[in-house]
Design a protein around this ligand. Structure first.
Ligand SMILES: Nc1ncnc2c1ncn2[C@@H]1O[C@H](COP(=O)(O)OP(=O)(O)OP(=O)(O)O)[C@@H](O)[C@H]1O
Ligand SMILES: [Mg+2]
Length: 759
């Protein structure tokens, strides 16, 4: 195949650029990923050996697609194509010992990490500190992404470190020690350790710089400090670094991604070549107009035209539903219609949500119409207990020091070894400076164990020895044998009906996954299988089955494309997310997230929101997303399917973002956050629906107006209902259940709450 014939002149320019830094800066759907794949094939065609090329992306799914495309162009290429995390894991297996890391280290995923953090918090008596382990976990992860160790984390916080930072700092330190003693690293460490290696070992840096002479990075706008450092370190002596990206699609700021990495590429490499791709090849004109109009509301961006030579296409649909159930049912029946009419297959349709919890309702609607679907990023296969238990055995085989894996496997199936016995075992192991598995072999010497615990521990150690003898067998065989020898499969098979069956089916599925892995990687060991499974993120587990509707979060959808896209739940608190209402920067990231969602659609785009949403067990009135007020009228048809006019109180009044037609033409103006104005009118004005308005009171209300049942508006949390009032006078407190974001309590005389009149 001719590598260049179906490329535009600009794309060709990027593909054929061989030496020196290259920046491809271009909008969504303009062929950036295509340029990366073609460029790899082109370099190979120029005689550059595959092992000198490194192609990096963010998800295994994207990496897999890229590898496939390259292989179809050049079989046996030997190019390393993968995610940042995967390449780092590989480098650490090779060079980890230089920084004191065992070659057989274990990789802890997010639930493993949370488990260790919880146990560290118990150990440090911080379980009741009022700081949630999840919060500590997020802070530690964020610190690592910013390349901070426990000491620099605390130093940066200064002497006046607040309570939360102080707790995080203490846990962080002990957590790192725990990892070290178990010969384990978490996902973030994979990057951090490689950065330390490259910084601390000049000879190694030069060696790797030379080994990977050509480095290509897709979606560069989402790189964080550590990823940036790695890419930079590999491109000093041979700066043949090619990065592609779109600043308008930067959506990982909350996880430490730094937009400046791409904005300052030209500064980092003054001699770099910059290629801009002009045309979008993915979407219809109508879809692109909606995306373009929306993103212009971001102030922090370089203006950029989004155009396409594709047809006009159907108008984008925006629908208001009465409730989330109606919304889900309508999405399901619309999908059924589209497929029945023969226009699309299920696999060509995707539904995006802001948070995974929203998929449940959609799932039941799809199921009731027998529509096949798959959820990307929900409780996925690899997070199921039975699968994780089995993988714990593999981890322990790989790394006998891994106490987390030990603690998981030891009672799977239950062996009657309780927490007290395990605590004693741990104390014994610590005392001797040995791992728990080794201590089990010597269970007879551990004080205070019951005979049952003693024999259970010894048998377990023997089992592990037996399994260890199989380590050079195929992944499938080791997996199958461990399930039978441990009695784990039988344990589930003998459970009363229902639960057990499902789990046995999943165990069998894991054996098939291992078999598949053996076929695809003939040289690999069970250890590689384990690494592969641990590293695959939610998106990566998404099998392209062709015949199923995909449900996924907007974050997971990055880089993908679908003929038909639904985006549901366009409501305040969801999108923009309530968490993101604190600053303009966060609001802009939410806007980019919606922009990413819109630009995934090739032919049809359907947006929707509800008047009432039940979410996390709370049924409340929902305010349309302020972003809906920022969409253009022309390419959109608006439908009000709520049918609630005159029937309910507030729901009949179309509460929505303040329409400000002047803003569309003056995009530089910052968007008004929802609820900052007290006159709220309807999103229906977008598409010729009724233009009713509801008025919300301004300041100065008598506190007496706050009674249980009264609807109130909060500038940050949006609309809610008072569920309880407590106390009297200036300290009177009110509990408010918000449409989204849960319940909160306020001191009424101080809170910026307004009763909504006429409700
Ligand atoms: N020159 C071209 N001719 C025809 N189709 C093209 C051309 N360039 C790209 N495409 C197609 O356009 C679509 C978008 O391309 P690609 O995914 O590479 O864009 P992208 O810039 O990476 O998008 P995103 O920013 O969303 O990641 C793909 O289906 C691709 O095959
Ligand atoms: Mg892309």
């Amino acid at each position: 195949m001719d590598l260049l014939s179906d490329l535009t002149a600009a794309q060709r320019e990027a593909v054929t650029h061989v030496d020196g830094p290259l920046l491809v800066l271009a909008g969504a759907g303009s062929g950036k990923t295509r340029v990366i794949t073609r460029r790899v094939a082109y370099l190979l065609g120029r005689g550059i050996p595959g092992r000198r090329i490194l192609a990096l992306t963010f998800t295994n799914k994207a990496a897999g697609e890229m590898r496939e495309r390259i292989t179809s162009l050049v079989p046996d290429h030997g190019v390393w194509v993968g995610t940042f995390h995967a390449i780092c894991a590989r480098l650490l297996r090779e060079f980890g010992p230089r920084i004191g890391l065992d070659r057989g280290f274990t990789i802890y995923d997010q639930p493993d990490r949370l488990r260790v953090i919880k146990s560290v918090m118990e150990q440090l008596d911080l379980a009741d500190s009022g700081v949630a382990p999840e919060k500590v976990e997020a802070a530690i992860s964020r610190a690592k992404n910013d390349m901070l160790d426990p000491e620099s984390f605390l130093a940066r916080r200064g002497d006046g470190a607040d309570h939360v930072s102080a707790v995080v700092g203490r846990v962080f330190k002990t957590y790192q020690l725990r990892l070290l003693e178990s010969s384990a690293v978490d996902f973030d460490d994979l990057l951090v350790h490689v950065v330390s290696l490259l910084r601390g070992d000049r000879e190694l840096r030069a060696k790797l710089d030379d080994r990977y002479r050509y480095v290509l990075v897709d979606e560069y706008q989402d790189t964080n400090v550590a990823q940036y450092a790695i890419v930079r370190a590999l491109s000093v002596d041979s700066p043949n670094l090619c990065v592609t990206g779109d600043p308008d699609q930067s959506i990982y700021g909350w996880r430490g991604a730094n937009l400046n990495n791409i904005l300052e590429f030209e500064h980092d490499y003054p001699e770099c070549k910059v290629v801009r791709l002009e045309l979008n090849y993915r979407s219809t004109k109508n879809i692109l107009r909606v995306a373009d109009h929306l993103i212009r509301h971001n102030r922090r961006r370089k203006p950029k035209e989004l155009t396409t030579g594709n047809p006009e296409g159907d108008p984008v649909e925006l629908t208001t539903f009465a409730s989330e159930t109606d919304e889900a049912q309508s999405v399901a029946s619309t999908i059924a219609d589209l497929v029945r009419e023969g226009e699309y297959s299920y696999g060509e349709v995707s539904v995006f949500v802001r948070v995974t919890a929203l998929t449940r309702g959609l799932e039941s609607a799809l199921r009731s119409l027998s529509i096949p679907y798959q959820v990307v990023g929900g409780v996925s296969f690899y997070e199921r207990i039975e699968v994780k238990d089995t993988l714990a055995y593999l981890s322990l085989l790989n790394n006998p020091k891994d106490n987390v894996a030990f603690l998981r496997a030891i009672n799977a199936p239950p062996r009657g070894i309780g927490k007290v016995s395990l605590d004693r075992l741990l104390a014994f192991a610590r005392g001797r400076g040995i791992p728990m598995l080794a201590a089990s072999r010597d269970a007879a010497s551990v004080a205070g164990l019951s005979p049952k615990a003693r024999s259970g521990l010894r048998d377990f150690a023997l089992l592990m020895d037996e399994l260890g003898a199989l380590s050079d067998h195929s992944a499938e065989e080791v997996t199958r044998r461990l399930m039978s020898l441990s009695g784990y499969r039988d344990y589930w098979a003998n459970q009363p009906k229902g639960d057990g069956e499902d789990r046995v089916a999943n165990l069998d599925e894991l054996v098939s996954a291992a078999r598949q892995f053996d076929l695809e990687h003939p040289e690999a060991t069970v250890l590689d299988f384990l690494a592969d499974v641990t590293l695959s993120s939610a998106v990566d587990r998404w099998k392209d089955e062709g015949g199923a509707v995909t449900l996924m979060t907007l974050h997971a959808a990055k880089g993908l494309e679908f003929p038909v896209v639904f985006i549901v739940g366009l409501e305040q608190g969801l999108l923009p997310h309530s968490r993101a209402s604190e600053s303009d920067a966060e609001l802009e990231e939410e806007r980019r997230l919606l922009f990413v969602g819109i630009t995934r659609a090739q032919k049809e785009l359907r947006l929707s929101h509800c008047r009432i949403r039940e979410f996390r067990g709370q049924r409340s009135v929902a305010i349309p997303s302020l972003f809906l007020g920022e969409l253009p009228e022309g390419p959109i048809v608006y439908r009000d399917r709520s049918g609630m006019d005159g029937e309910t109180t507030l729901a009949s009044r179309r509460i929505g973002p303040r329409p400000d037609s002047s803003r569309a033409s003056r995009p530089a103006e910052p968007p008004a956050p929802s609820g900052s104005g007290f006159r709220l009118t309807t999103a229906a004005s977008l598409g010729g629906g009724g233009r009713s308005a509801s008025t919300v009171d301004g300041p100065g209300d008598d506190l007496a107006a706050f009674r249980p049942g009264v609807l109130v508006l909060h500038p940050q949390y949006g609309l809610g209902k008072i569920t309880a009032i407590d106390g009297a006078g200036p300290n009177r407190k009110g509990r408010v259940a918000f449409a989204v974001g849960g319940e909160r309590t306020f001191v009424l005389s101080k809170a910026p709450l307004r009763p909504v009149k006429g409700a």
